[in-house]
Design a protein around this ligand. Structure first.
Ligand SMILES: NC(=O)c1ccc[n+]([C@@H]2O[C@H](COP(=O)([O-])OP(=O)(O)OC[C@H]3O[C@@H](n4cnc5c(N)ncnc54)[C@H](O)[C@@H]3O)[C@@H](O)[C@H]2O)c1
Ligand SMILES: [Zn+2]
Length: 357
């Protein structure tokens, strides 16, 4: 059964549909109405079958153009941004036309940023094809590209017109990418969603085997949490920060490995272990609760070892974190299971201890 959710406020409210075979005329036609031209943006790591399927469903309602980028984080470049803008201008796209992003977070982020800026904004649709994009980057309106000084340093908050989540596209996703996406799913269980926590505990094996029905359910519960938070706090002035649970340390671990050694979700899994340990050291959660956090991550077979990360080496990255306000590091910690808090009052010694295995 198809599931739906809504995110965004008033005029910018958008529908998220989740089901197998969601890439269908029924779901796309209403979104394509009144758009003469559509640019599909994807990358060459996304199976071409998926892009062809989207194009075929779009074609009767709109003229379809395609840009396929070279896959990888480097695709979120200023050069590609400019290339896509020129393509739109050369093909006389106007404000009534449309962009459709078909891919992971990389494609979604650059497509959304192009949509936010071309002619001061044209509409766009997200068709996320990685688990990470389905449960995280396609919802919430954050768009971005990278510059030499760092990742995601240029971007905009810009909501899509709709999000179509087709769970069957995950069949071709490499296991490692799938599991990296699961780290974000687990994050929603830790920070807010109790039902998700129970489901993850109960159906661990089925999830790891990509059981369609359970996957659909965990995507729905993940987005229920994400949609609620980003709708309350569109521009990240408050509660949205809890979505960064595990990310202060995760980002530091990724940066320490020059973004080459470890996937984002794998680093976030380690980061959540550290954040949970600090929560325990700060007496926010009990030892039993901390152990439950670790057990869930272990049951999903995440490598939680921290021995190669010395506090001394990670420290510069930890303190470069975007969550630093007025020189104070804000951490997302757990107050109990499924309840995260943002705080800057903690013993700095806990940072170091939290990183010890
Ligand atoms: N905007 C946000 O809120 C937000 C949130 C989290 C992450 N992000 C961004 O998302 C990016 C990471 O996204 P990602 O993890 O999806 O990586 P990705 O987009 O690089 O996709 C990973 C790989 O999987 C391939 N792929 C995509 N769909 C596939 C499929 N169905 N079958 C087989 N292969 C497929 C891609 O071609 C790519 O090689 C980062 O740039 C990050 O900054 C943005
Ligand atoms: Zn993340």
């Amino acid at each position: 059964m198809a599931k739906e959710l809504f995110a965004g406020q008033r005029k910018n409210k958008y529908r998220i549909v989740i089901s197998k075979n969601a890439i269908s005329k029924k779901n796309l036609a209403p979104l394509l109405k009144n758009h003469n031209k559509t640019l599909l943006i994807s990358d060459d790591g996304v199976p071409s079958k998926i892009v062809r399927e989207v194009a075929a469903v779009c074609k009767p309602s709109t003229k379809v153009f395609k840009i396929i980028l070279k896959h990888g984080e480097q695709a979120k470049s200023v050069q590609n941004f400019q290339k896509i803008l020129n393509f739109l201008a050369d093909n006389n796209f106007d404000r009534t036309d449309l962009i459709v992003a078909v891919g992971g977070g990389v494609v979604g982020d650059i497509s959304g940023f192009v949509a936010s800026s071309y002619l001061r904004g044209i509409q766009f649709i997200q068709i996320p094809t990685t688990l990470l994009a389905q449960v995280d980057s396609s919802v919430g309106g954050k768009t971005a590209i990278n510059i030499v000084a760092g990742k995601n340093l240029v971007g905009a908050f810009y909501n899509p017109k709709g999000v179509i989540i087709d769970t069957t596209v995950l069949n071709s996703l490499p296991n490692r990418e799938f599991k990296a996406g699961l780290a974000e799913v687990i994050k929603y269980a830790f920070i807010q969603n109790k039902s998700l926590f129970s489901l993850l505990k109960k159906y661990t094996k089925k999830i790891l085997l990509k059981d369609q029905k359970i996957i659909e359910e965990i995507i729905f519960l993940s987005l229920q949490t994400k949609a609620m938070i980003v709708t309350k706090d569109e521009k990240e002035n408050g509660i949205r920060a809890i979505l960064n649970f595990g990310h202060t340390f995760g980002h530091a671990i990724e940066a320490h490995g020059k973004y080459k050694k470890i996937l984002h979700g794998e680093a976030v899994a380690k980061g959540m272990k550290v954040a949970s340990k600090i929560s325990y050291l700060e007496n926010l959660i009990s030892e039993k609760e901390h152990k439950e956090v670790i057990a869930l991550l272990q049951n999903f077979e995440f490598d939680l070892s921290l021995e190669q990360y010395k506090y001394r080496e990670l420290k510069p990255y930890i303190f470069r974190d975007k969550k630093i306000k007025a020189g104070k590091l804000n951490l997302v910690l757990l107050n109990k299971l499924s309840n995260a808090v943002v705080t800057n009052s903690f013993d700095t010694k806990s940072l170091q201890k939290g990183l010890q295995d």
